[in-house]
Each structure stands twice: as structure tokens, then as C-alpha cells.
Design a binder for this molecule. Structure first.
Ligand SMILES: [Zn+2]
Length: 266
């Protein structure tokens, strides 16, 4: 039986360490100190900086985020009435809920197994299925729809006028979505910079031509160029010497930053 008691003791220690780590991670998240180290997010820091697997990192990150609003969950994890995996499952479904709602749901999952918690949040499986096969010269997408979804698709096709078949409709949707995304990115990058300062020509130095933009992105290999970071998410074109301090849109003054490092640079 000795070995059992030894394991019990170690298990206690393990729980204590988990909550100690969560506390420290909270500090790290509050100070955003990981940005200076070249990480684009707490998640990236957990994976590349601390060597957690992606799944484990996701759990830690979910706990830190939820504990910011509902701090008592740390003690509950400590005592064992809440597990990291239960908290993570709940986290995915709580994103847009109020703090009161979060607190209520977290209370309701106490002392439940991961399986029970998963069952509580079970969503109907989507009826749209895509099977993707890649070949050298093309990509095959096999799309499986329910009759209801197909009716919606037919309706959209009809509304869009008859020149559309499913193929052109799909291409149009993709182009439209991409354009929306690009516009949003252009608007969100550096909103505070003054427009007139130091512009070499009559042109607004914040405006970068598509060709130049693509060139900067290509040179950066579509990755953030902040030292140590290689994020390929939410990339923005940054003026190395800021526009508000007289920087212009010359090629040598442009680099790629992820949105976290662009914000961090300020
Ligand atoms: Zn970055």
C-alpha cells in the first residue's frame, strides 16, 4: 500500500504545481512579456517557449483566459473538482457569454468527468462534409450537402442570376470573402498614424500598392519578421520607420509583422 500513498502525495504535488504554473502564466499573459521574446501569442509561447504539446498548451491557455474573469477556478483545479480538460471543453462554448453565465456554467461542470462535460456541450454534427484530395495539378473537393443545404444553394444561385453555376458561385464567394478580409486588414493596420507627415510624393504613405504588398509578403516568406517569431496568422505590412515619424512606403522601410507584434511595436 506504501506505493499508493506515495502516489497520492505526488498527485497532490502535481495539482499544486499545475495551479502554480497557471498563476505564473497569468502574470505572463497580463504583462504580454512573451511578445518581446518573439512569440505572437501566449499559445505560441506555451508551445515554442515552454515545450508543451499543442493540445496541452490550448488547455493552459483556456484556463488562463477563463481564470482572468472567473478566478476561483484556479482553486477548484487545485482541489481537483475541476479538470483542465473540462475547463477547456467549456471554454470553447463560453467565448461570447457574460461573466455571470461563465461562472454558472463552470459551476455546473464541477466534479464531472471529461466525458460527461463533453456530453453537456454536444452539438449536432454538421451535415456539410468536404472530402479533399490533392493531386499534382489540381485539388479535388467532394462536397456532401443535406437536401436543405442544397435548396439554399439553389436559391442563392437563382438569386444571383442565371449566369452562375455552382462553380462560378463558389469562386465568387471566395473572391468576395478574400476581398473583405484584405480590406479589413488594410483598415486595421496602424489606425493612429497621421496621414500627411513626410509623404515623399503626393501619395498617402500608408497606401501600399498590391504589387509592393505582395513583394514584401513574398520576401518575408509569408511570416512575421519580428525576431524569433514565425507566425503566419493575421499578417500586416509595417512601416519600420513609422509614418507618423516621417517614414514612407519605400520598399526598404516595409516589413511583415503579425498583428500581435504590430500592436506591440505600437
Ligand atoms: Zn509576430
Amino acid at each position: 500500500m506504501n506505493i499508493h500513498f506515495e502516489l497520492l502525495e505526488l498527485r497532490q504535488k502535481e495539482k499544486r504545481i499545475t495551479s502554480e504554473i497557471l498563476n505564473k502564466l497569468q502574470e505572463m499573459a497580463d504583462q504580454k512579456a512573451y511578445l518581446k521574446m518573439g512569440h505572437s501569442s501566449l499559445f505560441d509561447y506555451l508551445v515554442r517557449g515552454l515545450g508543451y504539446s499543442e493540445a496541452t498548451a490550448y488547455q493552459r491557455q483556456a484556463c488562463v483566459r477563463l481564470a482572468k474573469e472567473v478566478p476561483e477556478i484556479k482553486q477548484k483545479i487545485d482541489r481537483g473538482s475541476l479538470t483542465l480538460s473540462a475547463v477547456t471543453t467549456a471554454f470553447k462554448h463560453l467565448r461570447r457569454k457574460s461573466v455571470a453565465e461563465k461562472r454558472k456554467v463552470l459551476k455546473s461542470i464541477e466534479n464531472k468527468s471529461s466525458r460527461e462535460v463533453k456530453a453537456m456541450f454536444l452539438e449536432p454534427t454538421p451535415t456539410l462534409k468536404v472530402k479533399k484530395t490533392e493531386y499534382v495539378d489540381k485539388v479535388h473537393l467532394r462536397l456532401e450537402l443535406s437536401h436543405e443545404q442544397n435548396e439554399k444553394l439553389e436559391k442563392l444561385k437563382a438569386l444571383k442570376s442565371h449566369k452562375h453555376n455552382v462553380e462560378s458561385l463558389l469562386m465568387n464567394l471566395i473572391e468576395k470573402e478574400l476581398k473583405l478580409y484584405e480590406n479589413a486588414q488594410r483598415k486595421s493596420s496602424k489606425p493612429n498614424e497621421s496621414k500627411e507627415l513626410g509623404a515623399p510624393k503626393s501619395k498617402n504613405p500608408r497606401q501600399i500598392s498590391k504589387r509592393l504588398r505582395n513583394d514584401v509578403l513574398r520576401t518575408a516568406n509569408y511570416k512575421c519578421q519580428y525576431p524569433g517569431c514565425d507566425s503566419d496568422h493575421f499578417l500586416q505590412i509595417d512601416h519600420i520607420h513609422p509614418v507618423r515619424l516621417g517614414g514612407d512606403q519605400r520598399r526598404s522601410n516595409l516589413q511583415v509583422l503579425c498583428s500581435s507584434h504590430n500592436r506591440h511595436k505600437g
